[in-house]
Design a binder for this molecule. Sequence first.
Ligand code: SIN
Length: 281
Amino acid sequence: MEIKPLTGAFGAEVLEVDLKSGIDTEESRLIEAALAENVVLVFRNQDLDIDGFESFAASIGDFGETPFITPVDGHPNVLRVIREAEETGPLFGSGWHSDWSFQLRPPSTTLLYALQVPEVGGDTAFTNQYLAFESLSEPMQSILRGLKGIHSAERSYGPQGTFGRPDPDASMEIHGDESAVVHQTHPLVRSHPLTGRQSLFVNEVYTVGIEGMTKTESGSLLEFLFEHSRQIAFTCRVRWMPGTLTMWDNRATQHFAINDYAGSKREMYRVTLAGEQPALS
Ligand code: SIN
């Protein structure tokens, strides 16, 4: 297995590995370590069916919980992330976020495998939340270490949220409900269980406030952190081809599905792996 950096900031392509033929325990630990170090890993030219995709994911970790979206029939852990050429409604994943950060134990990792992609467009952008935190001044880091973010799925999946009402024209069956309005607090800065590095754990889709602060106070601070996190030097971008599998570490990155392929179809399989309760040590 060869690891080739994607950008100067982070992300890597993993070469000389055929995921279809299965990986052994040593290879899965190597991938896990490479992911912790590079945050985003891209495997090109893979030839996986849904079982192969699921079994590769299972060799890396246990499956996480997937709320609000109907999974693929017979595969409760796999989502079909799909948009038909003629669809115009809100695009799933199009906003900077860390997957399901509103859960008590948000997923450690997400795996996305491309079945069909536009000839051009439909890339996924990533930010590096280690770099976002480490580039702040020591006094700011110290303030943030003492704070907790409030996360909620309400804006996306609450009754008034982006996906709050079933859309009969959408290919993905997304069903928001009242359960989305609950709040979950997490440290604003978390330590990665494998690397020990600290990362900024906020995102504009699910972080709705800061514990103990007024709306005005938390609004200003969060807006600064969102803006700071997505500066270009902390980002990388993955261009998809059929057979590309990308996995990312939700503990140290945010991502954004780019909505620039009107008139083309895009279809992927997606799995999340279980994570731990975020903590700062
Ligand atoms: C997601 O947010 O998990 C989907 C990302 C994508 O479709 O590129």
